[in-house]
Every structure is written in structure tokens, then in C-alpha cells.
Design a protein around this ligand. Structure first.
Ligand code: SF4
Length: 295
């Protein structure tokens, strides 16, 4: 089967993930006698997690996890954490290595400021994001005003209808950094049309937002797209759905073993892309695996 295979030049880790992984690798290289604990998965990609685990990175569920010995080194990943996590870490004398992405740190700061501004007037903070996602939990921990998380346009409409979002109070809306910019735009338009006093904050990460238009060109420019992403990656779900919208022959795979030769036709131009949590080395493995079908 003759196939031409290209890797999306814009795919690969985002700046926040590169920074967190680089910090973990340096720590483990400089302190071979120590264990480094990561609060949650440092990246939502199973293969990269296995690679880091082989270097000595261990994962814990929280700063109070009994598996985390007092005084040990705890890495906070790019998603960030609520203030309560830092308090527990202090109580337990943990050595915090804070890899919260600077973009997320700014978002946390802006939410704190907005909360202080609207709280006296009974205002509400609206967060467009995934309920229970670590970044969203970190944002909620930084709000002193009442905060509501909405996951979709429908959820927003339901909250407006049943009064959970008060139309007459001051409202400030923020987005989780990895959400779909078009969907966020539609949500902000609905909220601004329905409510009197809305402040919209443009908080989608620029690396994510700018990828949509380039991904569209990449997806339309190939006969088939293989989108490589971990199952837990929020950004992977958003980008693969977007890719499928641009090119219905988009298939999602976690690793080379999930790739089905039946996806391809003779002479296809195949594009391999991935989420901000997909390592370049995995994209290369997948591309190489597909090229081998042609032999
Ligand atoms: S997607 Fe953007 S905001 Fe999120 S970790 Fe990566 S660089 Fe930071």
C-alpha cells in the first residue's frame, strides 16, 4: 500500500508541559538517591508516563496521600493546584517544586482579583471548563465569590433558565486554558446577550487557540488524519473532535498498536497529529509504523 505520511509540525508538547517534564528530568538526574512525587499525572499520556516512571517519577493523588512520605519532594504539574494544596504541603514539610504553567498562574490571579471585585455585590464567576479537571479545581480554589462551572452551551442555557446563574448580578466569565475557542466565543455571546453585566476574559492558552486554525489546514490537507492522544487528555478530546469535523477520516490512537490498516486506502496522504500532551517521539513512532504498511 503506497502511503505518504507527514507529522504535523505544530504537534507536540506545549510550553507548560515541556517545562514540567524538563524540571522533573533535571531533578531526577541531579538527585538519583531521591524519589520525586508528582501530584497527579504530569502529562495525560500513558507512554510518556511510563518513560518518566522508569526514571523514578512516582504519582500520588494528593498532598495528603499516605503514600507520600513527610518531607519528600512534590512536583505540582502545569495544571496548577488550589491554595489548600500548598497549605497541606507546608503542614507536611513537603519540598514543593511548583511547575504551574505561567499562563495558568495568571489565570488564577485574574480569577482571585475578579472574585474580590464582584463578591461584595453578590456577583458570580462562571468558568467554562471540565467539571473535576485539575486546572478547574485550581481555579475554583482561587475564587472567593460564588463560582459555577459550565461544560457546554446547553449547560449554560439550563443554568440561565433555572436561575443558578443570576442574570441581574455582575458576572465574570473565564475559560479553562485548553477549551475550544469557537465554543467559548459562542458561550460568551449567549451570556452577554442574556445578562446585563458580563465581563468576558480571554483565557484560552494562545498555544491552544492558534493551533485550531493551523490544525484545520493540516486536517484538510491530508486524506486521513491519525490523531495520537492519551484517553485522559482534555486538550486531546477537543483537538481530535475538531480534527474530525475538518476531516471525517480522522482516527484517534493511543499508540502504534491501535492503528488499523483498514483506515487507509492506496495512495493516501496521511497526517499524524496529536495533543499538547503527546510527545514528539510517539508521533514519530506512529508515523514510522504507518510507513511500514507501505512496504
Ligand atoms: S496548554 Fe497552555 S496554559 Fe496549558 S499548560 Fe500548556 S502552555 Fe500552559
Amino acid at each position: 500500500m503506497a502511503l505518504r505520511v507527514e507529522i504535523d509540525p505544530d504537534a507536540g508538547f506545549c510550553g507548560g508541559v515541556i517545562r514540567a517534564i524538563g524540571t522533573a528530568e533535571r531533578f531526577l538526574g541531579d538527585n538519583p538517591e531521591k524519589t520525586l512525587y508528582s501530584l497527579g499525572a504530569i502529562v495525560h499520556n500513558e507512554q510518556e508516563l511510563s518513560r518518566l516512571s522508569a526514571l523514578g517519577l512516582r504519582q500520588v493523588a494528593g498532598a495528603d496521600d499516605p503514600a507520600l512520605p513527610e518531607g519528600s519532594a512534590l512536583l505540582i504539574r502545569a495544571h496548577g493546584e488550589p491554595p489548600a494544596t500548598y497549605e497541606v504541603a507546608k503542614e507536611r514539610s513537603l519540598d514543593v517544586i511548583d511547575c504551574t504553567c505561567p499562563v495558568v498562574l495568571k489565570l488564577q490571579k485574574d480569577i482571585r482579583k475578579a472574585s474580590a471585585r464582584i463578591s461584595p455585590a453578590g456577583g458570580q464567576i462562571i468558568i467554562f471548563g471540565k467539571i473535576g479537571h485539575a486546572e478547574v479545581l485550581g481555579l475554583l480554589g482561587n475564587t472567593s465569590a460564588e463560582a459555577i462551572v459550565i461544560e457546554s452551551e446547553q449547560m449554560l442555557l439550563d443554568c440561565l433558565k433555572d436561575g443558578r446563574i443570576r442574570k441581574d448580578g455582575p458576572l465574570e466569565i473565564f475559560s479553562q486554558t485548553t477549551k475550544d475557542p469557537d465554543e467559548y466565543g459562542r458561550i460568551c455571546n449567549i451570556l452577554s446577550a442574556e445578562c446585563r453585566n458580563v465581563s468576558v476574559h480571554h483565557t484560552i492558552c494562545r498555544q491552544v487557540a492558534s493551533r485550531h486554525s493551523r490544525l484545520e489546514t493540516f486536517a484538510r490537507g491530508h486524506d486521513v488524519v491519525v490523531f495520537v492522544s492519551g484517553k485522559e487528555s482534555s486538550n486531546g478530546k477537543v483537538l481530535s473532535a475538531f480534527c474530525k469535523k475538518c476531516n471525517p477520516r480522522t482516527f484517534v490512537a493511543l499508540s502504534p498498536s491501535e492503528i488499523d490498516p483498514a483506515w487507509f486506502r492506496q495512495g493516501d496522504k496521511v497526517g499524524v497529529s496529536g495533543a499538547t500532551s503527546t510527545p514528539k517521539w510517539l508521533l514519530e513512532q506512529v508515523a514510522c509504523h504507518i510507513r511500514n504498511f507501505a512496504l
